[in-house]
Design a protein around this ligand. Structure first.
Ligand SMILES: *Cc1c(COP(=O)(O)O)cnc(C)c1O
Length: 490
């Protein structure tokens, strides 16, 4: 990456420069001084950059090029499913009828949008094996919280106040966080040496204070919990519920469903499995599906079909209420719906096959260079360990930094917590064999460097705009707003 001339100018603001010319006002001027002095008016004008349009375009274009995204490189971030977001999704979301719809419009003027949401609910119910779905939650974590609030309502309805939510040690960090926010105590369940739930151990933790078990299957190590049916019956017999973290459903689409495995509640991340943009690319969406016994507690309003008409229905007295303003992130529903309809049932089933094949292929290619803690067929992702490299003085963090030099986003590192020097890799089905081969080759090269010229890895990255950040300072004292030279001086 070269330093461009305009990177050399940090402060672009020039007093009086502007990128906009406003038409003459056609309303009477208000004397702001007189009307708001000492009340709403600032003492000083706001410190805003004064720049022309071209500077703004260059600024944002330059920023976008400093950022790594799925559209400019491989992004094998385990547990996050960074797969390609087809551009047809954007075309559909940008149709005038969807883009300019207003949440306060009367139902009869938004029948098409409601139909799309209703059909998406039905598709997701079928994909997960659930009876009903709400689209409201705007993230995976919010879906978890929504599900857990329903768990709470369900037990309370039966006159029980169960307090414990069981969560395996390999779970995603949002699971214990959501359970805590929902007012439960979390109990960590240890995995066995195969990386799976230790069934005999689990039994010791289950009692009549168990509200739910939260599980993801395949789990965060990319392994299928083969004892899931037995696990489900242990929890159900104790009167608890099973929550499925379906953020990454890439391995099960069209193959099996959480419903079949015995789960009662599922959330999905449209921004992972269903190709809606992820992170800075757009807001999330974390729909939640439930089995029949939990339907009364679903958030309202629910979108229903009455005869040939689609309606909002809030007549559910036991509902946990609204969990999001309006009806969820509608633009994401259009994208996910487009994806599901583009792929069709067979296409989605092929997604799982390819995702699993790609992960196993890459795992085999990396086996000569890295320790593989769990020697079994993986699902859509896998973990390897940099323990061998650590003995030579190079840590997984260094390997991740070195990958940046080759234009790759590193895999997830140091997660799950139960694997030493962990790297968690998810290639996804949308990558070509050539991309996967090239990535494996580069990781092999880095493993060789660790042995022969470790300083190259220890000092990485060499080609990025910035080198190693002080991550503690960046997290504790982030500089998040524009500061002109003047503000910095004062
Ligand atoms: C991403 C993820 C979540 C959380 O989803 P957000 O949309 O980031 O809140 C939960 N569980 C798993 C397994 C995930 O990968």
């Amino acid at each position: 990456m070269t330093t461009e001339y305009h990177d050399l100018i940090f402060e672009r603001s020039q007093p009086g420069r502007t990128g906009a010319s406003l038409p003459d006002s056609d309303v009477d001027a208000v004397d702001v001084q007189k009307k708001f002095a000492g009340h709403l008016l600032r003492d000083q004008p706001a410190e805003l950059p004064e720049v022309d349009e071209l500077q703004v375009v260059r600024h944002y274009t330059a920023l976008s090029r400093k950022n790594h995204g799925i559209d400019n490189g491989f992004y094998p971030l385990g547990s996050c499913t960074m797969k390609y977001n087809p551009k047809i999704n954007e075309d559909m979301a940008n149709l005038d009828g969807f883009q300019f719809v207003h949440p306060y419009q009367p139902e009869e003027t938004v029948q098409g949008s409601l139909q799309l949401m209703h059909e998406l609910q039905e598709d997701l119910a079928e994909i997960t094996g659930m009876d009903e779905v709400t689209l409201q939650p705007s993230a995976g974590a919010q879906g978890e919280w929504t599900g857990l609030m329903m768990v709470k309502a369900y037990h309370e309805q039966k006159g029980e106040s169960r307090k414990k939510v069981l969560i395996p040690d390999s779970a995603h960090g949002t699971n214990p966080a959501s359970a805590t926010v929902a007012g439960f105590e979390t109990v960590t369940i240890p995995s066995n040496e195969e990386g799976l739930v230790y069934v005999e151990e689990l039994k010791k933790y289950v009692d009549d204070d168990t509200a739910a078990l939260m599980l993801t299957n395949p789990n965060t190590l990319g392994l299928f919990e083969k004892d899931i049916v037995e696990i489900a019956s242990i929890i159900h017999e104790a009167g608890g519920l099973l929550y499925y973290d379906g953020a990454n459903a890439n391995a099960i689409l069209g193959k099996t469903t959480p419903g079949k495995m015995g789960f009662d509640i599922v959330h999905l991340n449209l921004h992972k499995t269903f190709t809606t943009p992820h992170g800075g690319g757009g807001p999330g969406a974390g729909p939640v599906g439930v089995k029949e016994k939990l339907i009364p507690y679903l958030p309202v309003p629910r979108i229903e079909k009455q005869g040939e008409t689609y309606v909002f229905n809030s007549e559910y007295p036991q509902s946990i209420g609204r969990v999001k303003g309006y009806y969820g992130n509608f633009g994401m529903f259009v994208r996910a719906y487009t994806y599901i309809r583009t792929m069709g049932a067979e296409g989605l089933s092929e997604v799982s096959e390819s995702a699993v094949l790609h992960a196993n292929y890459l795992l085999k290619k990396l086996e000569p260079y890295f320790d593989v803690p769990y020697q079994q067929v993986c699902k859509h992702e896998f973990v390897i360990s940099g323990a061998r490299q650590k003995k030579l003085g190079v840590r997984t963090l260094d390997i991740a930094k070195r990958l940046l030099d080759f234009g790759y986003h590193p895999p997830t590192i140091y997660f799950p917590l139960n694997v030493e020097e962990c790297m968690m890799v998810e290639p996804t089905e949308t990558e070509s064999k050539e991309t996967i081969d090239a990535f494996a080759h580069v990781l092999g090269e880095i493993a060789r460097e660790v042995e022969e010229e470790p300083e190259k890895v220890l000092e990485a990255p060499h080609t990025t705009v910035v080198g190693r950040l002080d991550e503690v300072q960046a997290a504790r004292k982030p500089v998040l707003r524009y500061m002109s030279d003047k503000t910095q001086e004062s």
